[in-house]
Design a protein around this ligand. Structure first.
Ligand code: RIB
Length: 305
């Protein structure tokens, strides 16, 4: 059966250390643990979709190193269709991650093979896009590839979701008209809109600017403060479930995957946001990127405190 949801994006091997705090410039800290964990925003979203009940295919690139086959195998083990995950010469994407005792993290990514996913790569697997209902992109692959995916998704009449992560600058203006759901966090919404997002009110101002730019609907994730939905007619603030955070890595990815899985299953936008929020809340109670992502069973069994 063709996948209903297609994720176009990155696969990274996360090299994770835990330390009491994040290092300062020029400082050497002694870490407590080290682990290698499959990650990458695209792959994390694909895993979230699969664990949360969606038929999902991934389009991306891994390298010829050992990480490449490990990253592909991690997706296959979740039932993600990897026929459009290519192996290209060179190193796979990696992310260097430090997580501190307050569960905050600092991440440096090196694109590696993710940088080799081109518009031509997408043309070569256009059938995967044609067969899908929902197309999801992030920003850890080249910008012209993301631009191509958004435009093609709109031409094909698909539901197009952009999680603009990581974003540090405004998006190309022509992208907005292709986006059904734009899902930034606070810092990404700030980078995209020019409005400093540090409160619910400022999130409303930023969301209004992003809708004016052309996005149909905007969901700004606000961490422990929940999420703001805006559709140009009004706003809805959805509070986040309260949990004890251990590691916030991949919480945003889990929200996007959960939201899209629920949307693909025919849920309303408000239901899909709540589902994504529960999935993301559960993910922060566990360490690591893909290992932290809950299953449908976990989400259905969640009891708010
Ligand atoms: O969103 C979390 C992800 O960001 C990590 O898995 C890391 O690979 C980086 O891409």
């Amino acid at each position: 059966m063709p996948a209903k949801v297609v994720v176009i994006g990155s696969l990274n091997m996360d090299l994770v250390t835990r330390a009491s705090r994040l290092p300062r410039a020029g400082e050497t800290l002694v870490g407590q643990t080290f682990s290698t964990v499959p990650g990458g925003k695209g792959a994390n979203q694909a895993v979230a979709l699969a664990r949360l009940g969606a038929d999902v295919a991934m389009i991306g690139c891994v390298g010829t190193d050992a990480y490449g086959s490990q990253l592909r195998d991690a997706l296959l083990a979740e039932g993600v269709d990897c026929q459009a995950v290519s192996t290209v010469d060179g190193s796979s994407g990696v992310a260097l991650i430090v997580v501190d005792d307050n569960s905050q993290n600092a991440i440096v990514i090196v694109a590696g093979s993710n940088g080799q996913l081109t518009p031509t790569s997408l043309e070569n697997c256009d059938a995967v896009l044609q067969a899908a209902e929902v197309i999801i992109c992030q920003l850890e692959v080249p910008m012209d590839t993301v631009g191509h995916a958004l435009k093609r998704g709109r031409e094909l009449g698909k539901t197009v979701i952009l999680n603009p992560a990581p974003a540090s600058a405004p998006l190309p203006a022509e992208w907005y008209r292709s986006i059904d759901y734009l899902i930034p966090n606070e810092s990404e919404a700030t980078a995209l809109s020019g409005v400093t997002v540090d409160s619910l009110d400022s999130a409303k101002v930023a969301a209004t600017a992003l809708i004016k730019a052309g996005a149909s609907k905007v969901i700004i994730t606000l961490g422990a403060q929940g999420a703001l939905f805006a559709d140009g007619k009004g706003f809805e603030h959805l509070a986040a479930p309260k949990v004890k955070a251990v590691d916030t890595t991949a919480a945003g990815d889990t929200f996007v995957g959960g939201f899209a899985a629920a949307l693909a299953a025919g849920k309303s936008e408000a239901e899909a946001i709540r589902f994504g929020q529960v999935a993301a809340a559960l993910s922060v109670t566990r360490a690591g990127a893909q290992p932290s992502i809950p299953t449908l069973h976990d989400v259905q069994g969640f009891v708010p405190s």
